[in-house]
Design a protein around this ligand. Structure first.
Ligand code: NAG
Ligand code: NAG
Ligand code: NAG
Ligand code: NAG
Length: 344
């Protein structure tokens, strides 16, 4: 090793050491100046800022407040607010999501929440459970929810959410339960939904979802509950009972116009198939024609036997106008006419 190279290496090492120390110092200074509060104190402050807890609690340990569970380090792990805590016109945006980096479960249900779901909710990167059901939430489902990659359960059912189901939800590969039921969602079911490989429970019932069911839904091999009822879906169901044999419960009715798939409560789609065509069109036509031919023969016979009644008979049954009647009327006319003959 030549001396020049050694000196160069030494210089480089010194520079790296100085740079690293400098960087650590800068970070320490930034931490101290930018936040006098520790991350745990920030969590408490964010809870107080919501106004959802009585101020008489504020001096106490927030980990012991109702609905809050902390991890062993004292950081909030779960927030569970239900029913009787409810205030008036509380909004989800009152919660500063960026202050809860360790939140794994968030449930706020029957809480009279209004307003929309803020896209900032995607800051809850560790979230596995998000349940905002049975509130008065409005607006659309933010596609940013698709960034919550650890979600296992997502329930925003029984709200007043509008707009389409974001295709970004398809990237939630760990999601097991998805409940968007009883909202005002519209648009089509995005085919990207097939990306949720772990999905076992899918409830989209009671919305205004239209279009056909995407064939990709059959790729959800773990599904055991599928409810698409009370929507405006139409077209052919892209699976049969056999194909979706792992699904224990399937609800598809009522809908606007779903058909096929061997489902007990759905009509079959094949109205143009030869067999149906024969039963629904050719068979009645054949019967009507036979009746007409029979009537003509009968009349011809009567006319020949009783020429006196010729005028009356043609008045009652006009052979050319028979084409305007259905088979039943023709037959009744015929009976009427022949009975007349018996009386006279
Ligand atoms: C808050 O707590 C105080 C004292 O316990 C009580 O008097 C008050 O009614 C509470 N307020 C609400 C909104 O619950
Ligand atoms: C949320 O908290 C962060 C961190 O304390 C802060 O920088 C931000 O301004 C807060 N946002 C709102 C809307 O209060
Ligand atoms: C999904 O779940 C597995 C197992 O619980 C976990 O290891 C993984 O980090 C989660 N997230 C994603 C994006 O797969
Ligand atoms: C999702 O599916 C993968 C592979 O099938 C599995 O290993 C993983 O544990 C599942 N994740 C969850 C959260 O169930």
């Amino acid at each position: 090793m030549d001396p020049a190279s050694s000196i160069f290496r030494l210089a480089a090492l010194v520079w790296v050491v100085i740079f690293t120390c400098d960087n650590v110092a800068v970070r320490t200074v930034t931490f101290v100046t930018a936040s006098a509060l520790s991350p745990i104190q920030l969590e408490k402050k964010a809870l107080i800022n919501t106004g959802w807890w009585n101020s008489s609690f504020w001096t106490t340990d927030h980990c012991k407040w109702e609905g809050i569970t902390c991890n062993s380090a004292g950081s909030i792990f779960e927030l569970y607010l239900s029913g009787y805590y409810a205030g008036f016109n509380w909004r989800l945006s009152q919660l500063n999501f960026s202050c809860f980096p360790n939140l794994v479960k968030l449930t706020i249900q029957f809480f009279a929440l209004t307003g929309s779901i803020p896209p900032e909710i995607s800051a809850l990167s560790k979230l596995q459970l998000l349940d905002l059901s049975s509130n008065g939430l409005t607006g659309t489902i933010p596609p940013e929810i698709g960034n919550l990659k650890n979600l296992i359960e997502l329930n925003v059912g029984s709200n007043s959410l509008i707009g389409p189901i974001p295709s970004a939800l398809g990237s939630l590969t760990n999601l097991s339960n998805l409940d968007l039921s009883s909202n005002k969602l519209s648009g089509k079911i995005p085919p990207e939904i097939a990306g949720m490989k772990n999905l076992t429970w899918l409830d989209l019932s009671n919305n205004n979802i239209k279009g056909s069911i995407p064939g990709e839904i059959t790729e959800l091999s773990r599904l055991d509950y599928l409810d698409l009822s009370s929507n405006k879906l139409s077209g052919q169901v892209p699976f049969s009972n056999e194909q979706l044999s792992s699904v224990y419960i399937v609800r598809l009715s009522p809908n606007k116009g779903l058909c096929g798939g061997n489902f007990l409560d759905l009509p079959s789609c094949d109205t143009t198939k030869p067999a149906t065509l024969f039963v629904e069109i050719f068979l009645p036509l054949a019967i009507v024609l036979s009746v007409i031919v029979f009537a003509c023969l009968l009349l011809a016979k009567r006319k020949y036997k009783k020429p006196k009644l010729e005028e009356r008979a043609t008045n009652n049954i006009d052979v050319f106008s028979i084409w305007n009647y259905d088979g039943r009327i023709v037959y009744e006319d015929l009976i009427e006419a022949t009975e007349d003959f018996h009386i006279k």
